[in-house]
Ligand binder design. Structure first.
Ligand SMILES: NC(=O)c1ccc[n+]([C@@H]2O[C@H](COP(=O)([O-])OP(=O)(O)OC[C@H]3O[C@@H](n4cnc5c(N)ncnc54)[C@H](O)[C@@H]3O)[C@@H](O)[C@H]2O)c1
Length: 345
């Protein structure tokens, strides 16, 4: 069993703890600045609760910490947990600026505990199978299209954009969730050399809502489309959600369509492989709770002493966000290596 403390008791923690009984994780203490939320989660999980982060971190029965606060707090709480000698599973985005990313990567290198970025897509069997096919069977890649978007009613979109406090805490849609899709792109395809991107919002509101970027790889380009739109009822699941891949390579065209991240039990991933010799395969993939497989992977990583994805993966996802933003501002292609090198200094 791995004894876990939780910092921040909001919506996402409900997803993390849904299938705790199918993991080797035991929650011993939870913390939130809002006492009602801390208490409710403590009572739900039958564990101690507090509004004092230092008190949670001082407990001997907390070996590891899940950081699930708003985005702008992640770097601070994660570093406090690392300094207290805890293993850390940090919600994405692990940071909201490159400077924070450099600090967290440094702290993670020096700490005794492991630091895992909560890019849970890497733990899902469907993405693992996509990666295996692309890296081991498909042959030389010729072209890739990745689309990840969610449908949001127009009124809710306006609520988000006009809520200055929400924007302050979460920064933007590209920062808060684009990092998921950028991380999985790096994990499946490797490192891009450059990016040409354009972020858009609706009207003159500040929240980056939709982004299109072209990533330049050795020998191919990956077209990446990410964001929120107002058209509900589209996509394979008719919910407005799309998380799709199309990889055209020397020996196969592979397509993957993933179900809504928070409604995994209703739909299964659809993976199709059109082989160059005419065969079409559609392997049956399991419906799978992202958060359950992530907690199981975290416990295994703590036991092994290595994190995947680690703090540098979190930093690199933010580096790609920054490169897209700069490209949007300058209208130029940005070299990705220059952003990555900042973490080495
Ligand atoms: N992995 C995913 O797919 C996924 C999905 C949704 C959200 N998230 C991430 O999870 C995080 C939380 O999102 P949410 O939807 O649960 O938000 P939320 O607003 O529902 O919950 C945040 C909680 O943190 C508490 N809090 C705020 N500042 C704090 C601090 N300094 N110390 C302790 N507690 C503090 C708030 O009181 C609140 O209870 C965000 O970073 C978000 O990006 C990840």
């Amino acid at each position: 069993m791995l004894n876990l403390g939780i910092i921040g008791c909001g919506n996402i923690v409900g997803m993390h703890v849904r299938h705790l009984d199918r993991t080797p994780i035991h929650v011993t203490c939870v913390m939130d600045i809002d006492p009602a939320r801390a208490r409710a989660m403590g009572e739900r999980l039958g564990c101690a609760w507090t509004t004092d982060r230092a008190a949670l971190l001082a407990r001997d029965d907390v070996q590891a910490v899940l950081v699930a606060t708003p985005n702008i707090d992640h770097a601070e709480s994660a570093q406090a947990a690392l300094a207290a000698g805890k293993h850390v599973l940090c919600e994405k985005p692990i940071v909201t600026t490159l400077e924070e990313g450099i600090e967290v990567a440094q702290a993670a290198r020096e700490a005794p505990g492991i630091f895992q970025s909560a890019f849970m897509r890497r733990c899902h069997p469907a993405y693992r199978e996509l990666r295996r096919l692309v890296q081991e069977e498909a042959g030389e890649i010729q072209h890739v299209t990745i689309r990840n978007s969610g449908g949001v009613p127009a009124a809710k979109w306006l609520d988000i954009q006009n809520d200055a406090n929400y924007v302050r805490l979460m920064v933007s849609n590209l920062v808060t969730s684009g990092c998921h899709s950028l991380d999985i792109m790096r994990w499946v395809l490797g490192e891009p050399r450059g990016v040409f991107g354009k972020t858009r919002s609706w009207g003159d509101l500040p929240y980056e809502g939709y982004t299109t970027a072209t990533f330049d790889y050795d020998g191919f380009v990956a077209c990446w489309d990410y964001g929120l739109h107002r058209v509900l009822g589209v996509g394979d699941w008719r919910t407005g959600w799309e998380d799709t891949w199309e990889v055209t390579a020397e020996r196969a065209r592979i397509t993957l369509s993933m179900p809504d991240w928070d409604r995994y039990e209703e739909n299964r991933p659809i993976l199709r492989i059109h082989w160059g010799d005419g065969r079409v395969e559609e392997p049956m993939l399991p419906a799978c709770d992202y958060y359950e497989v992530q907690l199981n992977a975290f416990a295994a990583n703590v036991a092994a002493g290595t994190a995947n994805p680690d703090a540098m993966d979190g930093f690199r996802a933010q580096a790609l966000v920054e490169a897209i933003r700069t490209s949007t501002a300058t209208g130029q292609v940005e070299a990705v290596g220059a952003y990555y090198e900042k973490a080495m200094k």
